[in-house]
Design a binder for this molecule. Sequence first.
Ligand SMILES: N[C@@H](CCC(=O)N[C@@H](CS)C(=O)NCC(=O)O)C(=O)O
Length: 377
Amino acid sequence: MSDPVTPLLLYGAPHSLYTGKARCYLRNQGIAYVERPTSHPDFVARIAPKLGRAIIPVIETPDGEIIQDTIDIIDHFERAGSAWPVYPETPLQRVLAIVIEYFGGQAMRKHAMHYRWSYLEQQRDFLWHAFVSGSGEAIAEKVMGRMNSYLPMLGVTDETVALIERSFETLLDTLDAHFAVMPYLLGGRPSIADYGLIAPLFAHLGRDPVPANLMKTRAPRVFRWVERMTAPGLDTVDYPDVEPAFVADDAIPPSLEPFLAYIAEDMFPELDDKLAFFDALIAEQRPDDGAPVADRPHRRQLGAVNTHYRGVPIEVGAEPYLLYVLQRAVDTVQSLDSAEARRVMDALARVGLERAVPLGRDYRVARENNIEVWRFD
Ligand SMILES: N[C@@H](CCC(=O)N[C@@H](CS)C(=O)NCC(=O)O)C(=O)O
């Protein structure tokens, strides 16, 4: 008798924002996996201690490699060769996809966390069921009690909630118009941009009752894209003539431009102010090359940044992880000759996104052994 085949394991939860990003990738790419909850004895006894923190998603490969972080998980499979490679080969689309991934995974936590926790009364049973199923009653109570306290440092305050709701509606309207033209953000197959956006748009905004209802009623094509992203393979039945390719000639689809103008408006000046915070921190502290960015693995923020969201003052946490996300855009631009780099940066400037590529720094955030570290050129 042969040994049973060890499957690829995904530790995660149905209602977890970042698990959704990794799970969609595995499904779309046709990669078989078995999902385990964080209450699984292996997660508690082996995985979390090895990472130094209880965080999801985590994959464990059949040969025993443990990988946390959605970017590292996706890049692991992309390096081996995936069915539908998610990083566009052409530089403008590649940089743009990474910037949109940043917007979805980082900037949109405002929208995700606001709709999840500010409507607790209307959503309590749904959320209680989700959190108890994942981790049992005691932990569910603890986690659900704590999540509310995360809102202000993401910029969700009494003064910003109305703006966040208008912003979510604009997102729905601009994306709905785009999906009338093509099934994914950059064409006929998903890119890393789609995986970044699906993070908030599945687990929180596409699933929790209040925002999911808004999505269905206001933007049916966005809801359909959420289904598409969670389906196996490329679920493009409603676009019969589409090829599984990104749009030709490194072009930005014209139907996406209103959405790009919207994300620029939503993410600045907050991103500028966070980058300035890190510049000052590095100049002042000059950490050692290879030093972990934080003193403990679960500490994500290195300080508070005073900035504005749509004109309203907010004080938000500065997470060096954002530099890791955007570094791939910097690396892409830096690999180009100067004329090509200018073409890409000019095209980004036309949609207001050139400052999302933090060029000109001699420091970067890398990840080693599943934690973020400083690296210097
Ligand atoms: N950068 C990480 C973020 C993962 C993350 O924040 N996961 C959340 C669940 S969606 C978590 O485990 N939070 C637990 C905690 O930080 O205590 C990734 O992309 O995988």
